[in-house]
Design a protein around this ligand. Structure first.
Ligand SMILES: [Zn+2]
Length: 255
């Protein structure tokens, strides 16, 4: 097919141009000419000076750095045996390795797709990862799940109702958990142990303390415990007036 042949030819040219660009970028980095042009780094030059997206700029920069140590990768890129994105994927795994190892690894990823390379270097997935960034008006949570965890989440969504989104699932979850704590229905204490503090009682003391340690000068909200102001061994009891919240350190201090 004519158009296919034309595209193949263009793709060849594209690869050639890519390695030419890498060559020139290397020269630019060597003479640090971007400084004169008002850029603070090669990366900044790629983004502001050459209008690459940040992701593409990162790829170009990774390849320039690698090509300095392993110059033959430019030829591999030129001939299409290595793709920029495959090289970039592997870059952070090998950047601090000795040159010999870099060369071996780059050899191993020849003719592999980025997807295959990603699989080769997949790190074992431990648990749900959350990255939290707080701004004045909003809090951003970046949630990272394994595919398995994501499948479970999708299953839960489907089981609940088709109206549910991940957002509404989270909202429901938070509300439900919170209302379980706020539940003030009276439940008779099952234990006769004078030290036993029911969940309800604990929650009301916590609420009164605004979820902070009540030791003078401390307002820690970590590892909060209910403390008997007058200890039970000294005749203190469970009446709310005799209960306060202390953080673990201050509870320990009190002994
Ligand atoms: Zn404290």
């Amino acid at each position: 097919m004519q158009i296919h042949q034309e595209l193949l030819e263009l793709r060849r040219q594209e690869k050639r141009i890519t390695s030419e660009i890498l060559d020139k970028l290397q020269l630019m980095e060597d003479c640090r000419g971007y400084l004169e042009l008002g850029h603070s780094s090669l990366f900044d030059y790629l983004v502001r000076g050459l209008q690459y997206s940040e992701a593409t700029a990162y790829q170009r920069q990774a390849c320039v750095r690698l090509a300095r140590e392993v110059p033959e990768i430019k030829e591999q890129i030129d001939q299409g045996r290595l793709s920029l994105s495959a090289v970039t994927t592997v870059y952070r795994h090998i950047r601090s390795k000795p040159t010999k190892e870099k060369r071996q690894t780059l050899k191993r990823i020849e003719n592999k797709s980025t997807r295959e390379v990603k699989q080769m270097f997949a790190e074992p997935f431990k648990a749900i990862k959350i990255q939290k960034t707080e701004y004045q008006d909003r809090v951003y949570l970046r949630l990272e799940l394994s595919h398995e965890q994501n499948r479970k989440l999708e299953k839960l969504k489907a089981l609940k109702s088709h109206k549910h989104t991940i957002e509404s699932l989270f909202e429901n979850f938070i509300e439900k958990e919170l209302s379980a704590f706020d539940d003030t229905r009276f439940r008779p204490t099952k234990s006769r142990n004078p030290r036993f503090i029911s969940k309800r009682l604990r929650n009301s003391v916590l609420k009164k303390s605004a979820y902070r340690c009540q030791y003078p000068g401390c307002d820690s909200s970590h590892f909060l415990q209910v403390d008997h102001i007058v200890p039970i061994r000294a005749g203190g009891d469970q009446r709310p007036e005799n209960l306060q919240i202390l953080c673990a350190s201050h509870n320990q201090l009190k002994g």
